[in-house]
Design a protein around this ligand. Sequence first.
Ligand code: CP
Length: 339
Amino acid sequence: MSGTTRDLTEASSTVDTSSFGDRRHLLTVSDLERPEIEQLLELTDTFVEVSNRAIPKVPALRGRTVVTLFFEDSTRTRLSFETAAKRLSADTMSFAVSSSSVNKGESVRDTIETIEAMGIDAVVVRHKSSGVPAQIAGWTNAAVINAGDGWHQHPTQALLDAYTLRSHLGSLDGVRISIVGDVKHSRVARSDIEVFTKLGAEVTLVAPPTLLPPSTAPWDVRVSHDFDSVVGSTDVCYLLRMQRERMTEALVPTLREYTAHYGLTSARADRLPDGALIMHPGPMNRGVEIAGEVADRPNAVITEQVANGVAVRMAVLFLVLGPGRASGAKNEISSNGAG
Ligand code: CP
């Protein structure tokens, strides 16, 4: 990868995507090793530069079609994938279950086969059930990108979070990250834990026992039930949303009590070390897991996470769809002919 970031900023340039090999889908971060994650983050630098241009567009995916297939609500992920595809000059199709024939009983498989018949190259899928993107990958010749499946995975969220941290800290090696809140129901937590630890961070999960999975043994993490004891030694405080739509039982006595013990209140935010960063994947419940005032502090990088999401998703689309990728050849990105 050396030199490729510089090269990509030039009018006609190349990027070596060989470490992605023949990877056609992005279904889980478990598949990604540190060199691949680092390559993707380095490639993202290029697409941040493209996004900052007066005309933020390159012809890299001209002639390709990307469909966003969302069976579950989204603001950030869906709009940023659509923006990413457009900035790469791909054609886009958008599917929302609320206005589709799924409401007339059409199955996921029939839906994907119907969309594929129109000619598509990549499907960006979100579904409330874990494993649906992997199932779809078995039914289509298109590249499949997981945009969130149940409690399981949200790969591009973890990649944009890692990119945001890297842009502030340079490296995640030895960085103390506290992931606070509803880990049990969180695909963001599962994806972030894997990516952050692969990049060398020291991760502590902070939650009541009822909001943790039955075992955290597979992860290289510490666990604390006492936010006050870890807040003063936290370089990055990552708040998770209380996912009430995924809770089938009362897992906290009241939201007020949850906030008292596990919310990033103004008082707790004041105890973070100088320079500590505050993150949240959104959507936020202001006043529950994070005080409204804290979310607006200068060290809260929540809107930066959103902005970086577009460039990270450009990198992901480019890696799974870029010309010659499957052969591991050098792909051309030219700013000429951007339209
Ligand atoms: N972070 C995230 O996935 O947000 P959306 O649900 O709005 O896509």
